[in-house]
Design a protein around this ligand. Structure first.
Ligand code: SF4
Length: 102
């Protein structure tokens, strides 16, 4: 019996951790274009402002909302991205790691 009780205690602690990290992902601050990581990846919150000379691979219509790494829904204004842990990128944003959503 005591084992069973322990199992439930661990289960609820584990679920709490998962929930907390999902919440942080959804509510993190927006990535600033001035962030070092954003600069390195050529991130722009507005994909139409991408420096096409520097990033010739950018094609109109590409944005975070349509990127395989975007963790928000395609319709979300902002969402998480594993390249910017704990922060949010704009659905209309873009960076050079963009990959077409399968
Ligand atoms: S990897 Fe994708 S979702 Fe993340 S910032 Fe770049 S384009 Fe946006």
């Amino acid at each position: 019996m005591s084992n069973r009780r322990e199992f439930f205690v661990q289960l609820s602690v584990g679920a709490g951790v998962v929930f907390a990290s999902a919440g942080a992902m959804a509510n993190g601050p927006m990535v600033a274009e001035s962030d070092a990581q954003a600069g390195a990846l050529g991130y722009k919150a507005d994909a139409s402002k991408v420096d096409k000379t520097k990033f010739p691979k950018y094609a109109a219509g590409q944005n975070c909302a349509g990127c395989a790494l975007y963790q928000g829904k395609a319709s979300d204004a902002a969402g998480g991205c594993p390249l910017f842990a704990g922060k949010q990128v704009a659905g209309k944003g873009w960076c050079s790691a963009w990959a077409k959503k399968a």
